[in-house]
Design a protein around this ligand. Structure first.
Ligand code: AMP
Ligand code: ZN
Length: 471
């Protein structure tokens, strides 16, 4: 079976066939670094991490790009309010974001471009739109994208969001980055400097100013992945206007080879809800990752919850749901501890068999994680039964461990983290040993065990994971 993904552009499941056989270009709209990201934001980032990992599992060579939006309307407002410099302000939240991203076991993207480092490319892209007559400088000195001119060239505006253009007014202008479908209008590419911008400005052929949010992503994605690439991801709120405008700008510049689109597959993750409403800073109903860590949950447990629900399914976040995830993950960890004990150092692991097949079939179906976890929990049940009946051999235990490790390359939960009691240097050694075991580097894991022993600590593998005990 082949991998099928739901393309927002066609509103249908499509077979995933990359533009080039040797590389998959994937761009995910990254965080706006003006505050701590909430776990709704992280639902989207964990979804893109899951897709990247699954594509890798399926043998694709993925180039994953995620931008950092470090200049836009909300950031400028906060910079003005706090009196800090742009770099100082956004630097703090970028750092916090990446720490949270790591805590959720998301693999770092291959590139993390910052908008402020792509001003030259942004200006060049706007310039080519001006030269083609699709963008113009208005009396407020800002440069706007002309929807009428774009449509006049035979291009279609509104295809991603499925806008009914005939019912809309056009010819008006909108200067803010965020606006609703009802106010579709010429949008700002370059915003002329105003007193409220303070020191946040760059020079350009149209005078001092700063880029609009939408053009940033067009410029960064095309600069790094080329004018036509495979996958573009984001949360569902980005379909309009952000992604619609990205298509217009990128295709309006006419850089794509004949017959190719800016992006082949558009994927959007559904929002994380709280009591039926979108989790959002503006509604005040949000949890940051830090809030949940402070309540004693681990990044691993939160990741498990996020990867247990299909990315397009609605998902109501509750603390009870998170506790339930902790219990379910505990069942998996308990089995792994028993298998590890039985397998000893045996390396005869064959990562194939029915679980891998069922997992692949489920994930090929637009990342159907619910079906995949169904198979995994059946598998856990069967293995527990075999163990309880004393019918599992050492080799079978090693095979089961190898099978889980293969699946977990996609879910990215990793081994049970080390318990809290020992000094940091000892815990770090135990963590290294866990990683060595996961990569089947048993020589290293044995060497670490010896090293720990020489420092007066022994490892006990318990159903709840490895524990350190003082000799
Ligand atoms: P921002 O930092 O606001 O630009 O958002 C970063 C990403 O989080 C974008 O892809 C948004 O679509 C996504 N996002 C925002 N709110 C939610 C939510 N409640 N659930 C899932 N994704 C969200
Ligand atoms: Zn974007």
């Amino acid at each position: 079976m082949s991998l099928r993904l739901f393309n927002t552009l066609s509103r249908s499941l499509e077979e995933f066939v990359p533009l080039a056989p040797d590389r998959v270009g994937m761009y995910c709209c990254g965080p706006t670094v003006h505050n701590f990201a909430h776990i709704g934001n992280f639902r989207t980032f964990v979804f893109s991490d899951l897709l990247r990992r699954y594509l890798t599992f399926r043998g694709f060579n993925v180039q994953h790009v995620m931008n950092i939006t470090d200049v836009e309307d909300k950031i400028i407002k906060s910079v003005q309010r706090t009196g800090r410099s742009l770099a100082d302000f956004t630097g703090e939240y970028e750092k916090a974001f990446l720490a949270d991203f790591d805590a959720l076991h998301c693999l770092r993207p291959n590139q993390l471009p910052r908008a402020t480092e792509f001003i030259v490319q942004i200006v060049a892209l706007i310039q080519s739109l001006v030269e083609r007559g699709i963008a113009y400088q208005a009396s407020d000195r800002s440069v706007y994208f002309s929807i009428d001119k774009y449509r006049g060239c035979g291009c279609q505006y509104g295809q991603l969001a499925h806008l009914n253009f005939e019912e809309m007014r056009s010819g008006e202008r909108v200067s803010s980055d965020e606006y609703a479908k009802e106010s579709v209008a010429d949008f700002a590419l370059w915003k002329a400097r105003v007193p409220d911008d303070g020191e946040v400005f760059w020079s350009s052929p149209w005078g001092e100013g700063r880029p609009g949010w939408h053009i940033e992503c067009s410029a960064m994605s095309m600069e790094i992945l080329g004018p036509s690439f495979d996958l573009h991801l984001g949360g569902e709120d980005l379909v309009f206007p952000h992604h619609e405008d990205e298509i217009a700008q990128s295709e309006g510049a006419g850089l794509q080879p004949p017959g190719q689109r800016f992006v082949k597959y558009w994927l959007h993750g559904a929002h994380l809800l709280v009591e039926g409403q979108k989790m959002a800073k503006s509604l005040g109903n949000y949890f940051t990752l830090r809030d949940l860590l402070a309540k004693g949950f681990s990044g691993r447990e939160i990741r498990f919850l996020l990867v247990s629900v299909h990315y397009r399914a609605s998902f109501n976040f509750t603390l009870e749901g998170l506790s339930g995830a902790r219990t379910a993950l505990g069942r998996l960890d308990e089995l792994m501890a028993k298998l590890t004990e039985l397998a000893g150092g045996s390396t005869e692991t064959i990562a194939s068999g029915s679980l891998i097949n069922e997992f692949t079939d489920a994930m090929d179906d637009d990342l159907n994680v619910s079906k995949a976890w169904g198979s995994i929990f059946n598998w856990i049940h069967e293995n527990n039964k075999k163990l309880a009946d004393g019918k599992m051999s050492r080799e079978e235990a090693a095979t089961a461990l190898g099978t889980w490790q293969r699946v977990d390359q996609v879910f990215g939960l990793g081994p049970v983290p080390v318990a809290e009691d020992a000094p940091a240097s000892i815990k770090a050694l135990l963590q290294d040993r866990q990683e060595a075991r996961q990569t089947k580097n048993f020589a290293r894991s044995d060497a670490i065990r010896d090293e720990l022993k020489s420092q007066g600590w022994v490892i006990e593998d318990t159903p709840k994971g490895p524990k350190l005990k003082k000799l």
